[in-house]
Structure formats: C-alpha cells, structure tokens
Design a protein around this ligand. Structure first.
Ligand SMILES: Nc1ncnc2c1ncn2[C@@H]1O[C@H](COP(=O)(O)OP(=O)(O)O)[C@@H](O)[C@H]1O
Ligand SMILES: [Mg+2]
Length: 381
C-alpha cells in the first residue's frame, strides 16, 4: 500500500510542554504512547494547528505557548514536512512577536506566508478526541462545528463563507439591539447573510451526500453505518432541490420579516448558524444519541473513516490524515484490529495515541512506535 499523504518530519518549538521536539517519520501509522500528562495529545494538537481554526482544543495563540502564556507574547512554532504524492511541502503554523510587543498568528507554506486554506489543502486531516465521545448527545453547536470542519476539508472556501455570514449577522444584530431600524442598512446586511448563508448550507448538503455515499459503500463490519441528516431550514430547501437564488431570496425575506423578533431575542432565530447534524444508527434504526457510549464512538469512527474515503475519492480533494487521540480507549481487541486495518488502507497517514504500547500490538511492524515522556519522545521501532 503506498501512502499518498504523510508527515515525514514534525518539529515543535515551545508548543505546550514540548520545548523542542523533532520527529522523523515514514509513511506508516504513528503511534504515541506513554503515561497521562506526557504530551501525547499535545503532539496531535500541534498537527491540528496546521488545519484551519484553533486546533483540537480550540485553544488561543497564547494558551498553547510553552508556559501557558505567563509571558503574554511568547512565540511558538509547529512545522511539518508533508509528502503528498511524492512531493514535499513544508508547512508551518505558530505565533510570532509583533514590534508592538503583541503576538500574531503565522502560517507558512514553503517559507512563504500562506492562507489557512492553502495549508488545509496541503494537509487535509480529520481528528477524533475523547471529548467528542459525547458529540451525538451534546450541544448542537459542537456537531455543527464538527460538520463544518468536515466540509472545510473538502471545500476550503467554506471557511470564508461562514466567516462572512457571521460578520454580517453580528452587524445586523448590533443594529437591531441599538434599535437602528434603517431599512437600507439592514437590507444590505441581510442580503449578505442570505448570500453567504446559502453558500454555507449548500456546501454542507454537498458534504453530507458525499459522506453518506462513502458510508453506504463501507463494508459492514466493526464500525456501524450512520444515516446522516442536516436539520436546518436552508439545508432542507437545498435537499428539496431548490435553486440557490431562490434559497437566498427566501432567506433575505425571512430575515426582513424577523427583524422585530430577532431584536427582542437578541439573536437571529433562524439561519445556518443554528443547523444541526443528525445521525441514526442504521442497523439498530436508532438515533445516535440513544445509543450506548461505545456505539456512539463506533459510529463516529465509522464516520471519520468514511470522511477519509470521501476525500480520497474526491478529485478536488485527496488523501487525508486521520488523527485519533486515545484511539484504543473504548474498543475491544477485535474492533481495535479492525480499526488498524482500515487505517492501513487509508491513503493518508494515521496518528494514534494511547497509554500503553500493548494497545498497538496488532499493528506489529506495520506502524512506528514512539514513547512520550515529559515532553520528550523516544523511538521504539
Ligand atoms: N501551554 C503549556 N505549557 C506547558 N505545559 C503545558 C501547556 N499546556 C499544557 N501543558 C502540559 O501538558 C501536559 C498534558 O499534555 P497532554 O498532551 O494532554 O498529555 P497526554 O500525554 O496525557 O495526552 C500537562 O502536564 C500540562 O500541564
Ligand atoms: Mg491525552
């Protein structure tokens, strides 16, 4: 099996508890093991800093700096040599001091300033953490953000649409809260909201279909199949085949009609910022939030594997890394072995953490093992 995307070298400088970490890697799965608090999750988090957003802990630039931001302007850096279809790219993320003594985000591709979207395209990734075990039963916002990340990995422009939508929404809300009922001003913002909101919803619907196709094509095995649905008014219109121009117009009209109610509520009561992702356990015909913790986790793993498949099959995307923090935690040895086999079949490298080396035994020589202790890493094989 040739891996068409892998991290060949990862260096961390003053990131969390890692003063200077330098990992030289081949394409095989990377297993990080060691005691609690050693810095395993921090390494996975460092990789996710190369993706759009704030990484797997949604941390600020200051929080992740070694020492946790006692010195408010401490620089840090994550650098990865990524090999995609034989071609090398050096990606960098971090924070650097400004002349004013502040701190600003850095993103680099081959030494040149890069946009988040450019980094994203050079290293697509999907991650799962123990905090996401409650994804199906937790707040809708977490599921929406999770789904937006899946969409971003496929369509980098999704981030800009979502940001532009949020900006227009916030400005409209400010006017409404200040009782500035300026029809032209509000109308302009609502047209922006509807244009960007429709783009957000359309991209999500597209992601949903691709993901569902990939799930349906999966073998029935260790990881159950989910039936996904998006719960949102604009998404529902697209699902019923509406044209974008019509969805936009209807939404702009709705926003106009809702000014009074939104002013009273202190927020826009309808729109893609309120959408939710629904999942059913197909074989059990049961909503995901009603399934056992283990089943919920298995559904999520199935979904991640399907996402990687969907990206790999998408000519506009490609291979993606799969990062699983505490990978083995809720899995019996049969499921664990099945997960490893699926990860080996993915054209992107896998990154896994666990407390004990033995959890990764089923990989044998097919993975590279690293022991993490107090922010240092020791090569095991
Ligand atoms: N900004 C920071 N600077 C220094 N150490 C940090 C910072 N943030 C977290 N840590 C430390 O990192 C350790 C946790 O690392 P983590 O990767 O979560 O461990 P684990 O190996 O259990 O996954 C803790 O000891 C924590 O105090
Ligand atoms: Mg951890």
């Amino acid at each position: 099996m040739t891996h068409s995307l892998y991290v060949a070298r990862l260096t961390l400088t003053d990131f969390r508890n890692h003063a200077a970490l330098d990992l030289v890697l081949d394409a095989r799965p990377v297993c990080l093991f060691g005691p609690n608090g050693a810095g395993k999750t921090n390494i996975i988090e460092a990789l996710t800093m190369l993706a759009p957003g704030r990484g797997l802990r949604s941390a600020s630039l200051v929080e992740v700096a070694r020492g946790g931001g006692q010195d408010r302007a401490q620089p840090w850096a994550v650098s990865a040599r990524v090999v995609q279809d034989g071609e090398e790219t050096i990606l960098g993320a971090g924070a650097e001091r400004t002349p004013e003594g502040g701190i600003k985000r850095l993103a680099r591709r081959n030494g040149m300033p890069a946009t988040a979207a450019e980094l994203a395209e050079a290293a697509r990734m999907t991650w799962l953490t123990p905090a996401m075990d409650r994804l199906w039963s937790g707040p809708a916002g977490d599921r929406r953000r999770f789904f937006d990340r899946l969409t971003l990995a496929r369509a980098a422009e999704h981030g800009q649409s979502a940001a532009a939508y949020e900006r227009a929404m916030r400005e409209r809300q400010r006017l409404l809260s200040d009782r500035v009922f300026d029809a032209a001003w509000l109308g302009g913002l609502e047209r922006e909201m509807s244009a960007h909101g429709a783009a957000v919803a359309a991209a999500r619907v597209e992601t949903l279909h691709r993901l569902q196709d990939a799930i349906d094509a999966r073998p029935t095995g260790a990881f159950p199949k989910a039936i996904l649905a998006l719960d949102g008014s604009l998404e529902a219109r697209f699902e019923r085949g509406a044209k974008s121009a019509d969805v936009e117009e209807e939404f702009a009209e709705l926003l106009r009609d809702m000014r009074g109610r939104d002013a009273g509520a202190g927020r826009a009561l309808d729109g893609p910022h309120r959408s939710d992702l629904k999942a059913r356990h197909a074989a059990k015909d049961m909503d995901a939030d009603q399934c056992s913790t283990g089943e919920q986790k298995a559904l999520l793993l199935g979904l991640c594997l399907a996402q990687a498949r969907a990206l790999a099959d998408d000519p506009g995307a490609g291979a993606s890394l799969i990062l699983i923090d505490e990978a083995a935690a809720h899995l019996d040895s049969v499921r664990r072995a099945a997960l490893f086999d699926e990860l080996l079949a993915n054209p992107g490298q896998a990154w896994l953490t666990g407390t004990d080396e033995g959890l990764f035994e089923a990989f044998g020589e097919r993975a590279q093992m690293f022991e993490v202790r107090d922010g240092c890493v020791h090569i095991r094989s």
